[in-house]
Design a protein around this ligand. Structure first.
Ligand SMILES: *Cc1c(COP(=O)(O)O)cnc(C)c1O
Length: 222
């Protein structure tokens, strides 16, 4: 019952307007089921194969989000049902999602991942690249993807000031885009920031969607 209790506590503490994505990667179906039974309906996974398998084993009213690095050749596996892809990190990937979504007659919601962290290993666009992409008419013409906002991960550090600064940078970019190149896109409303160790800071800095795994399900076994 620990997972159920964690879900209830988290939900009770979140301000209105912040969506909780329960990051269930590497955890067994039974763990997701416990969260589901506690009322959780939004789950995030980071591998296509695992996502497809878990979806088959769990109720149909779950909203599945994809949050990890996505290979182009895996897009077709998740596009038929995925609700939101948080991790679009290249123009090529965005175009591939559009192409596959067209085949399924879907419009798939996506976020653009912004690279603000210190780590080289993190993916994503620089703020300049992101603005250029969204300002590009050819991108605006893609009919089967809808850019809902931005996603970012802060540096892995205990330095709260740095984490806050990075989230603030992304929020600033989000607002600039919303009021600028995206002003005709009324659905550009999502700012996905914050994980187990930094979500309270992310919320203070304007996050509308947090992606929390460890804090709900415990440590992952790789
Ligand atoms: C794994 C993961 C999370 C959740 O991390 P926790 O520290 O377990 O909360 C959030 N976002 C992304 C992109 C992830 O890969």
């Amino acid at each position: 019952m620990r997972i159920a209790e964690n879900i209830r506590q988290m939900k009770a503490s979140l301000p209105a307007g912040v969506t909780l994505v329960a990051v269930s990667k590497f955890h067994p179906v039974e763990a997701l089921r416990e969260a589901y039974d506690a009322g959780q309906r939004v789950f995030g996974e980071s591998r296509a194969q695992e996502l497809v398998a878990k979806r088959k084993a769990l109720p149909e009213d779950i909203e599945w989000h994809f949050i990890g690095p996505l290979q182009s050749n895996k897009v077709k596996d998740i596009v038929p049902f995925v609700r939101l892809i948080h991790s679009i990190d290249s123009r090529k990937l965005l175009e591939e999602v559009d192409k596959q979504a067209r085949k399924h007659d879907r419009v798939v919601d996506v976020l653009l991942e912004i690279h603000v962290a210190r780590e080289e290993s993190k993916h994503g666009f620089t703020p300049e690249e992101c603005e250029a992409l969204l300002g590009d008419e050819a991108v605006a013409r893609l009919e089967h993807v809808r850019v809902r906002g931005l996603m970012a991960m802060a540096s892995l550090t205990d330095d709260e000031r740095r984490i806050r600064e990075e989230f603030r940078t992304v929020r600033g970019l989000f607002e600039k885009l919303r009021d600028g190149v995206c002003r005709d896109n009324a659905s550009f409303t999502v700012l996905s920031m914050g994980m187990s160790h930094d979500y309270p800071i992310a919320i203070e800095e304007g996050s509308t969607m947090i992606r929390v795994g460890t804090h709900i399900f415990g440590e992952r076994e790789y």
